[in-house]
Ligand binder design. Structure first.
Ligand code: ADP
Length: 537
């Protein structure tokens, strides 16, 4: 006899069923592709999820293990797809709508997607590559109206789920079976795939909820795309908590988001720093806008400017909580929460810790190592590559020969260069590919960006290393001015002089209209480096 029910599998469907049973009237609000609002309760959504799950088999011939692609915004049909695949052992392959066509074709063929669900306004992005997609048998347009399309075997979502008997009890799956494929954006070489499993996502969900709780009284609005690392797990976390969920659809403008926060009384939202920077400047120009329902934003995916955390807290009473993670970490792996005692500190001292990537989430272990793999002390001074391990960290890339470079002795190499403070806070100084080495000495691009963005006239700033005759490499900055503000290169250099070592000062600060962004909204430093590689030569 086992001592406990140790064989009870960790399946997301058990968490899902509980939430639908306990919170049937809870609401999901969704901005559709035509910008209309759709509202459904958990009970209504469950009915649709069960019809979709049944239609996978009866209408599309997709059995357990089949790969189902999604090419969509954050909306309620995408939510239904997450759960209908997860609860039945199909694999949801979320396709990043911002990938280049050749990368998109590569990942669809690599994963072997059998069907692709596509939002009506995104059909035009898929049509040109449809002929190259060998495994895809059907395209489903996420609407009740098909419109003109050259996609072969296209049907509408609403037709697909009409006239089907809803799925009954969810199957008893192997907890180690994959339930989601997420590909990294692949700035070098082809994108790499990570297969999240029932077990890894189940554990990620409950450990993240234990770290940063969401309850049925919350209203969660994920800005981070559902096509990027499962929107950091929020569709799962919000659902199993019984929270109200608000999906913003295609309008991610500061105006559109702020209006949803206000009208739907959103309490919690998550996204990359560029989203919150945009909203900060919008709110600064419109002090009359009410976003008082918001308690916290989770912010991560790239370094979070200290000045922005400060602004939201001082001006709006909103906590910007920094998190760190990667597609490979399922994805949230550390969160910058204050320890007891720190709550009483004055704000600037708190910011010294809130501006870090935070403490590893319970269940995960981290260490930093030098180039030979020797562990370094957690003294806030030594820096090296961050390694991580735990039950929801990737052990390999899906079907990819590049795995051995990243997974070593049971640890995953993150490619992030970090310090760890004696209190255990992870301080990211750079991605290894963004490190600037000037005359052999190392300069943190993230620290410089942070200091530049602390200047009130700077909305966004990116710092990269470019070729230099004497020092091999020197930092330069590109900056975007805040609306209605002015400054000059000289003024910014003077501002920096008091804040960083003199030899860190960028050799040039160039003002530009917009910083190039990656498909997930981060500063695309590779593009910046390529564009300005010769400015100092
Ligand atoms: P990609 O950006 O390559 O598509 P990911 O979204 O998985 O893929 O990015 C993970 C990377 O994002 C991390 O390795 C790290 O460099 C960066 N990152 C994430 N969160 C933070 C943070 N809070 N501070 C600094 N960098 C971060």
């Amino acid at each position: 006899m086992p001592h406990m029910m140790d064989d009870f599998p960790l399946l997301l469907s058990t968490l899902y069923d509980r939430a639908v049973r306990l919170y049937p009237g809870q609401e999901i609000v969704s901005v559709e592709s035509d910008l209309s609002l759709r509202r459904q309760t958990y009970a209504e959504t469950d009915g649709r999820i069960r019809r979709l799950a049944a239609a996978f088999g009866t209408k599309l011939g997709l059995g357990e293990g089949a790969i189902v692609g999604t090419f969509a915004w954050n909306n309620v049909r995408h939510h239904e797809l997450y759960w209908a695949t997860t609860n039945t052992g199909r694999v949801c392959h979320t396709l990043n709508i911002r990938l280049f066509p050749e990368q998109l074709a590569y990942i669809i063929n690599h994963a072997g997607d059998r069907a692709i669900f596509v939002d009506p306004d995104l059909v035009g992005l898929l049509e040109p590559i449809a002929g190259e997609l060998d495994s895809v048998e059907a395209f489903i347009v996420m609407s009740d109206h098909l419109g003109d399309t050259t996609l072969p075997n296209a049907v509408t979502y609403e037709d697909l789920i009409s006239d089907v008997e809803p799925h009954g009890a969810w199957p008893l799956l192997d907890e180690r079976s994959p339930m989601m494929f997420c590909y990294t954006s692949g700035t070098t070489g082809h994108p790499k795939g990570v297969a999240y499993t029932q077990r890894s996502t189940y554990l990620h969900t409950i450990h993240n909820l234990a770290t940063l709780p969401i309850t049925a009284r919350d209203n969660v609005l994920p800005v981070v795309p559902m096509f990027h690392a499962s929107a950091w797990g929020y569709p799962f976390e919000a659902t199993v908590s019984g929270a109200k969920i608000t999906y913003p659809g295609p309008d991610l403008s500061p105006e559109g988001l702020v209006q949803l926060f206000h009208e739907e009384r959103v309490t919690f939202s998550a996204g990359v720093p560029t989203v919150w920077l945009g909203i900060q400047h919008h709110l600064a120009e419109h002090p009359e806008i009410d976003v008082s329902s918001i308690e916290k934003f989770l912010c991560g995916g790239s370094a979070v400017p200290r000045a922005m955390i400060d602004w939201y807290w001082s001006n709006r009473g909103i906590r910007v909580v920094q998190a760190w993670g990667m597609t490979e970490t399922n994805p949230v792996a550390s969160v910058a929460l204050l320890k007891p005692g720190m709550e009483e500190w004055e704000h600037q001292r708190q910011l010294d810790f809130m501006e870090t990537a935070g403490l590893p989430i319970l269940g995960l272990e981290v260490k930093i190592v030098d180039e030979e793999g020797n562990a370094l002390p957690h003294d806030g001074e030594a820096f090296g590559e961050l390694l991580i391990r735990g039950p929801w960290i990737a052990a390999e890339y899906y079907n990819d020969p590049r795995s051995p470079q990243s997974f070593v002795d049971g640890w995953m190499r993150t490619g992030d260069v970090c310090k760890i403070t004696p209190e255990g806070y992870i301080r990211i100084t750079d991605r290894s590919k963004d490190v600037i080495k000037s005359g052999g000495e190392w300069i943190s691009s993230i620290d410089l960006e942070n200091e530049l963005m602390a200047h009130p006239a700077v909305k966004e700033a990116a710092v990269v290393g470019v070729k230099h005759q004497k020092w091999q490499e020197r930092p330069i900055a590109v900056a975007v001015l805040a609306p209605g503000k002015e400054t000059s290169e000289e003024e910014l250099l003077e501002f920096l002089e008091d804040r960083v070592a003199k030899w860190w000062l960028p050799d040039r600060i160039l003002f530009i209209d917009a910083i190039p962004k990656t498909g997930t909204g981060k500063f695309d430093k590779k593009v910046v480096r390529d564009q300005y590689s010769e400015v100092l030569m």
